[in-house]
Design a protein around this ligand. Sequence first.
Ligand code: GLN
Length: 486
Amino acid sequence: MHTKTLKQLSGLLKDKKISATELAQIFLTRIQQSDLNAFTSVEPDLTLAQAKAADARIAAGEAGDLIGVPIAHKDIFVTRGWKSTAGSKMLANYRSPFDATVVDQFRKAGMVTLGKLNCDEFAMGSANENSFFGAVKNPWDKTAVPGGSSGGSAAAVAGALAPAATGTDTGGSIRQPAALCGVTGIKPTYGRVSRFGMIAFASSLDQGGPIAHNAEDCAMLLNAMTGFDEKDSTSIERPVEDFSSQLQQSIKGLKIGVPKEYFGKGLASDVEAAIHAALHEYEKCGATLVDISLPKTELSIPVYYVIAPAEASSNLSRFDGVRYGYRAPEYTDLSDMYRKTRSQGFGDEVKRRILVGAYVLSHGYYDAYYLQAQKIRRLIAQDFQQAFTQCDVIMGPVAPTVAWDLGSKANDPLANYLADIYTLSTSLAGLPGMSIPCGFGVGDKNAQRPVGLQLIGNYFEEAKLLGIAHQFQLATDWHTRHPAGI
Ligand code: GLN
């Protein structure tokens, strides 16, 4: 039961082959027995109460694909009842008085919350090793990282602890962990998914999205997750769309842009081989490959690591020991309270970003760093628009390597930043991007570790991306594989 897709579970619930309560119990038991450290908090009583309510809705004959289906939320979405920690000591005991819009949307759709998922502190990281609650293990190989920052989300789906999860992506945090854990994830166009109640990291980049077993399931989740929200000032006003509408589209004649910058030095040969095989699969389905160039790809790392910390330094100023969460137990006066609270409450990576952010925004450096980065950000977005005059969709790797060993880069921030090379520019441009499983590599060990294929679409082309991904998943079985012992 636990390895079934969301679509299958939805069918079983509708046909009354299983109740929402039984289903929730199956996953709660698995979560309890798991050693992946994918969850930061579970509240079985709350989960079962939601399941009971879902069963009542099903019994009353209410229509809805998601009623009674379990989901778990990245611990960056504030959730009434459960703790909302953002993976930080700063919020380790914080309980929000309200739900994030996304949490609310899924609750209204009848989904049952299984709990909160571990993540890098304030979503800063690429390996989920920056969490106050400890690292998450990759279900394919427990000595490997799951990716980050939505590492708990991807590991929970891959480890069959939840059939679906929410994630957030600021520079790759849905796509990269989905790739490293062999599951499917989509980061929609910036503004599609409400940021209200999503604990802010870098507001001009943060975007929520779903992680599930396949594209079909992600489409069902996006149907509930998107829409205009007046509580989010950057929410986009567009009619609600049916993201499942283009799943049956034909690949014949599809022009796939293959950026040469995504296949340069730094790309591991095992990942490259899997990506080429996936592209060949698309050719067999009738697509053609077009060589394209995204010349500013390399600049996306310095640009992102100026802009994201700048916004983070501003967003995180609210954690001052007064308004939320942690306060240092001993201090002499108000400034000392701020200083000690923030020194004790934030982890190293968060402090590093606050320092960088405050520096690049400071008088005399603003023009040289922040403004310059914003200009290059615009050029990066223009490169994509140029590319989309030659192709319908862009494809390449999500990450340069398969999952690396836990601990191997934990003290090397730069090595983590470099691993974001293929995901950052999509985020900087605000475009939708997706990761689907397309094979396995071995890394530097003789272990099977998943590889993800990245699909990048033009603005608001989520439905098209999901359709292109679905066609691949009809032709291949990578997305149906599960780690041993699951
Ligand atoms: N790895 C990137 C970072 O550390 C992206 C994180 C994210 O998308 N939340 O900032």
